[in-house]
Design a protein around this ligand. Structure first.
Ligand code: PHE
Length: 593
């Protein structure tokens, strides 16, 4: 009779050994690739400052209350997500669907998470073998040769073109963002039609007229055309600025700059060749993913306090230590103040409306919310722990790490001439470049940095496997060992298509041309844009409106009435409405761009 037995009785279920153990494990789940890999690049993509501010608001208004709700549900039920809702209602209930969604999401997320973690392991090792002096030395030699053999005029032209490209990237991107995607699609279609007409000798004007019968289409093309002209102007302006700049520069300095540029190019090529390889080589990616999965399985098989808690209480302080070392290093870089103001000073002109929704979606991913990870971890907790304080501590650590990650990354990015808006490759492409450019010291930073990524990923992967495995332990009576190995093994098999996603020799590579996204990205998209926000919405609605009052009040007992009231407002109204907006945007009902 599960309904009448006090569910938090220790029994055969594991329990955290201490309060800090729980907080570190939960923070370990939250702090992961989302903080160090994803947050910096989406911050870069969304222009910094204002995006960060909105993200912080999302964490406070949506993330925190749902975090408390998940911990509360887990703690009250003493069960993992599928069983939790049944335990709270004393029998079958439709709310168990939240649990099923969570188990499914855990399976999906872990399957591509191990692949990214595997890349990080490979990069850690390569940092050891590749970032030794030779790359920098070879680059030096190559640059000297270039300087000796290249005519001054050629050097000047190369520098001008590069500077013009560099300076016009941002204004051009900004102009592009001023029109919706539909306008650019229309513009492409229009240009292709005109080209085709010209090529086949048909009448281009007639082709144009046919297309323009659709007034909406014509308006779109016009918008794009106007912006396109402005882009061309921006490029021309950048070009003439660059010409003036290098025209006035003494010859000697031009040679110096050209040499530096060549050196960078060389490094970029060599590092790119060495590092891009793991992504494009399915077997290597699989090997590392397997190793990482084995580590995850071993920890989960070790149990709650003996495995997860023990490992996270060692790894979390280590992780924070490494980050601090790297932030301190960043503070002494020339790019630090630029990086600081990029991350912290809000500039409305750089943010798109869709960035608001991206910030909210990311709040779920980064706090491990919406799939029951916190329900599961909460279920191994004794009652009467300070619920809100714990939630604040966990979310606080996660947020601090995300901000620190930006403060360690962007100074290096800015100091070594990389682009902040480089996209998902920011960590995997730009950072190795910057490290290589630093020479021998970069080798050490590279090891630290990618090692950090592996550690952060491991403590999150553990929680993902735990959510799925605990279903089989709690609901199906499997032993922990059996569950960890069988479930971990199955997820690994499911990770193979992700590992081979970018390998041109395998059929998986054709997923992208067929479906528009690689298999890997499809999994990430499915989980972060659908499963987590939907799960989060359901959890908020459940905790705010449907959780049995008696159970909820028991969990809230002893907390300040004002705090409880504030939480209720957030969980009942604010969080569901905001999340519903994201879901509607994803469905396409709301077209905010
Ligand atoms: N929070 C983890 C990260 O930021 C990812 C994660 C999502 C882990 C959901 C568990 C559950 O990388």
């Amino acid at each position: 009779m599960s309904a009448s037995t006090p569910p938090h009785i220790p029994s055969a279920r594991g329990q955290w050994g201490s309060r800090t153990g729980f907080i570190l494990a939960a923070a370990g789940s939250a702090v992961g690739l989302g903080n160090i890999w994803k947050f910096p690049y989406i911050t870069g993509d969304n222009g910094g400052g204002l995006f960060v501010l909105i993200y912080l608001v999302c964490i406070a208004l949506v993330g925190l209350p749902i975090m408390a709700a998940e911990i509360m549900i887990g703690r009250a039920a003493g069960k993992q997500p599928v069983g939790a809702f049944e335990a709270l209602h004393g029998g079958k209930t439709g709310w168990a669907v939240i649990g099923w969604l969570g188990v499914f999401a855990g399976f999906i997320i872990l399957s591509y998470y191990v692949v990214v973690a595997g890349w990080s392991m490979d990069y850690t090792l390569k940092s050891i073998s590749h970032f030794t002096d030779p790359i920098a030395e070879r680059a030096d030699e190559d640059a000297k040769r270039y300087r000796a053999a290249t005519p001054l005029a050629v050097m000047r032209t190369t520098l001008i073109e590069r500077r013009a490209d560099h300076e016009s990237t941002e204004p051009v991107a900004e102009l592009r963002a001023r029109a919706p995607k539909a306008a650019w699609n229309a513009w492409d279609k229009y240009n292709k039609a005109v080209e085709a007409a010209l090529a086949s000798g048909a009448d281009a004007d007639a082709a144009r007229a046919v297309l323009f019968e659709d007034a909406a289409f014509a308006a779109r093309v016009e918008t794009a055309e106007r912006l396109h002209a402005q882009m061309a102007q921006a490029r021309a302006r950048a070009k003439s600025d660059a010409e003036a700049y290098f025209g006035a520069m003494p010859d000697r300095q031009v040679r110096d700059e050209a040499e530096t540029y060549q050196r960078r190019q060389h490094i970029a090529e060599e590092v790119g060749a060495a590092f891009g390889q793991v992504v494009a080589d399915g077997w290597t990616a699989t090997f590392w993913a397997l190793l990482f999965m084995l580590a995850t399985i071993l920890v989960v098989a070790g149990g709650i306090s003996g495995g997860i808690e023990r490992v996270t209480t060692i790894l979390m302080p280590l992780l924070i230590g490494i980050i601090l070392v790297m932030v301190v290093y960043g503070m002494f870089q020339r790019g630090f103040s630029e990086a600081f103001s990029f991350v912290f000073s809000p500039d409305p002109s750089r943010l798109k409306a869709s960035g608001i929704l991206e910030a909210l979606g990311h709040a779920f991913f980064t706090l491990s919310l919406g799939m029951g990870a916190m329900i599961t971890y909460g279920s191994y907790q004794r009652r009467k722990e300070p619920l809100f304080k714990q939630s604040i501590a966990i979310a606080g650590i996660d947020t601090a790490v995300a901000l620190l990650a930006c403060l360690m990354l962007f100074p290096i990015i800015f100091s070594y001439g990389q682009e902040p808006g480089a996209g998902p490759g920011l960590v995997f492409k730009s950072m190795p470049l910057a490290f290589a450019e630093m020479g021998a010291g970069g080798m050490l930073l590279g090891i630290l940095f990618f090692g950090l990524l592996v550690v952060a990923a491991l403590t999150s992967a553990i929680s993902l496997l735990e959510v799925v495995a605990s279903y089989f332990i709690d609901q199906r009576g499997w032993s922990r060992n059996k569950a960890a190995w069988i479930i971990g093994g199955s997820i690994f098999i499911f990770a193979l298509p992700s590992a081979f996603s970018f390998d041109p020799d395998f059929a998986m590579a054709s997923w992208e041309p067929t479906f528009g996204k690689s298999f890997f990205d499809t999994m990430d998209y499915l989980a972060s844009n659908w499963l987590l926000p939907m799960g989060g919405l359901l959890i908020a609605v459940y905790a705010g409106w449907f959780m049995p009052r008696r159970m909820r009040d028991a969990e809230l007992e002893g907390l300040a009435p004002l705090v409880i009231r504030g939480w209720l407002v957030l969980i009942k109204y604010v969080a569901p409405v905001l999340v519903a907006l994201v879901v509607l945007q994803k469905v396409g009902v709301l077209a905010i761009d």
